[in-house]
Design a protein around this ligand. Structure first.
Ligand code: 2HA
Ligand code: ZN
Length: 272
């Protein structure tokens, strides 16, 4: 049996955590990652009938029953994931009754999944309903996205329109826009529920004064979405206090959407 920590999927998540730490987005224990692992992949490394221990959950995970997830641990530092995957990550399977998860690998020092597990799992449920190929939920604390939530109107339309105008690539990458939640206490079912509700329609949900949740079919797509929003927010924070002499207009945004065959979120652009 080969080493699961060195499998391509786990390596990808180790590298993602390292990358996010180096970008300065995930200080201390900030941020969390969860990724659906196909059973066929896991079976190459484990006898899936063996579990290490069971961890309880206090929300209904029945819709995810039997699914396997690789999840970062609570209180763990992204800085350390690459070198010490077995303590900082866990492979878990949702139990049939949806009230707990079985640990199959990882959390070797007795750890548990991220405190944001409700937001992750409820988001997985909603995204899978929309897209059966959905697999990844990433929560991170990108500096400029957080900064922007202090100085910009938080309406989804206005926030998205500003981001779209910050660089041409935005309309190509996230024509569906971003959702924005006002500041809320994190780590509980309520923020999980509100986030997941938004995920019925959006792939990106900004948490004001906190960070962002992004989703996708794989690590590259999910990271790429957040990276593009963060780049736009960085440009906004560089120019917001300067006189703007020219910008990307709504007409220009329609042109980009047409050229790339994308449909901008309904109502977010002025009609032409
Ligand atoms: O796990 O980012 O939102 C640390 C966090 C909580
Ligand atoms: Zn956070």
């Amino acid at each position: 049996m080969t080493n699961f920590a060195e499998s391509p999927l786990v390596r990808e998540i180790r590298l993602l955590a390292q990358n996010l730490y180096r970008l300065g987005w995930d200080e201390r224990n900030g941020g969390n990652i969860s990724c659906i692992i196909p059973q066929e992949e896991a079976e190459q490394y484990f006898d899936l009938s063996r579990t290490i221990r069971t961890i309880s959950m206090d929300f209904d995970g029945r819709e995810l029953a039997g699914k396997l997830f690789l999840v970062t641990g609570t209180g763990k530092y992204f800085k350390n994931v690459y070198d010490d995957p077995e303590n900082n990550l866990g492979l878990v399977r949702v139990r049939e009754d949806g009230a707990g998860i079985d640990l199959i690998w990882g959390y070797a020092d007795g750890g548990r999944p991220t405190s944001e597990l409700p937001a992750h799992f409820m988001t997985h449920i909603e995204r899978l309903r929309v897209d059966p190929l959905h697999r990844v939920v990433l929560h991170t604390h990108p500096t400029n996205i957080i900064a922007m939530t202090f100085v910009h109107d938080l309406s989804e339309r206005e926030f998205t329109r500003t981001l779209w105008r910050m660089c041409t690539e935005c309309m190509v990458v996230f024509p569906d826009g971003v959702s924005v939640l006002p500041w809320m206490l994190c780590g509980n079912d309520e923020i999980g529920r509100v986030t997941a509700d938004k995920m019925k329609e959006f792939r990106l949900v900004v948490w004001a004064q906190h960070g962002i949740f992004g989703t996708g079919r794989d690590i590259d797509e999910t990271f790429g979405l957040i990276e593009t929003v963060e780049k736009a927010a960085e440009i906004y924070m560089k120019i917001a206090h300067l006189p703007v002499l020219q910008t990307i207009t709504d007409e220009n945004l329609w042109e980009i959407a047409d050229a790339f065959g994308n449909t901008p979120r309904a109502g977010f652009l002025d009609p032409r």
